[in-house]
Design a protein around this ligand. Structure first.
Ligand SMILES: C[S@@+](CC[C@H](N)C(=O)[O-])C[C@H]1O[C@@H](n2cnc3c(N)ncnc32)[C@H](O)[C@@H]1O
Length: 249
């Protein structure tokens, strides 16, 4: 199945009106156009206009940052997840222009903290501008450098409540191991981009560093007794991908 096509799948019984029931016409497999329309429909009803986030995207674009921040809906999910567990300390790996950082910082109380790790000085500079403009600078510390080095320097106490892993995929497993070490019992880890159009599950089709890195991480989860986890696939206007959510036992 191509990335642009997904079979309509109806779980459960189909009832007397067949698969789709009354008032619902048969449709061909969905495409990116359907996903985008659906995204726009849901976002337009659930997400509020947000000048600070829009400005962060505009400033990131103006400074030539790649357009690879989380989607608005995923940003809102990060905010809701961090808020729902009463997070006070958040670890983020991969800052870019601070778009996801702003969402996470907003979920925290005034004395909460997001420690966010970024390799590029330029990205960190733009992120600082965006985070300051969004009014959450007092809740964010950016550490510049290779995340693996920075993680060794992050104090292991107090523990973090929530971690968001969204940097290079080669080190995904290493980041996950480090995040587990720094997390409290019951804390949660959100790992982005673990499906990549289905290619992660198809080594015959893709042996890029990206997919290999994610695959290595997923394979290691089989014997990981320290967390309970699940992967959730997503289709959006950007394509088919997904995230892994883990809670430390
Ligand atoms: C997908 S972007 C992060 C997007 C951001 N979380 C958001 O949603 O707004 C990945 C970021 O990770 C950074 N990165 C890549 N390799 C890294 C490394 N080894 N250490 C730290 N950061 C790294 C990149 O420079 C880039 O800014």
């Amino acid at each position: 199945m191509s990335e642009a096509q997904v079979e309509q799948h109806e779980p459960g019984h189909h009832g007397p009106h067949g698969r789709h029931g009354p008032g619902r016409r048969e449709r061909p497999p969905t495409t990116r156009v359907d996903w985008e329309r659906s995204d726009n429909f849901h976002n337009s009803h659930l997400l509020r206009k947000d000048e600070a986030l829009d400005a962060a995207i505009r400033n990131s674009e103006a400074n030539d940052l790649p357009p690879i921040s989380v989607s608005p809906a995923a940003g809102q999910l990060l905010y809701l997840l961090a808020k729902s567990i009463g997070a006070k300390r958040v670890l983020e790996i991969g800052t870019l222009g601070g778009y996801s950082t702003i969402h996470l910082a907003r979920a925290l109380p005034d004395d909460g903290k997001v420690i966010t790790l970024e390799l590029s000085e330029h990205h960190a500079k733009v992120a600082t501008e965006n985070i300051t403009k969004a009014g959450v600078a007092s809740k964010v510390d950016i550490i510049v450098g290779p995340a693996l080095d920075s993680l060794r320097k992050v104090a292991s106490e107090p523990k973090f409540d929530f971690a968001f892993i969204d940097a290079d995929k080669t080190n995904m497993l290493n980041y996950f191991i480090a995040a587990k070490r720094l997390l409290r019992k019951g804390g949660a880890i959100y790992v982005d981009n673990v499906i990549r159009g289905g290619l992660v599950a198809d080594p015959a089709a893709d042996t890029s560093e990206f997919s290999d890195g994610v695959r290595k991480f997923i394979l290691a989860m089989k014997d990981d007794e320290e967390v309970e986890a699940t992967t959730i696939g997503t289709v959006t206007g950007k394509g088919y991908d997904g995230f892994l959510y883990a809670v430390k036992k």
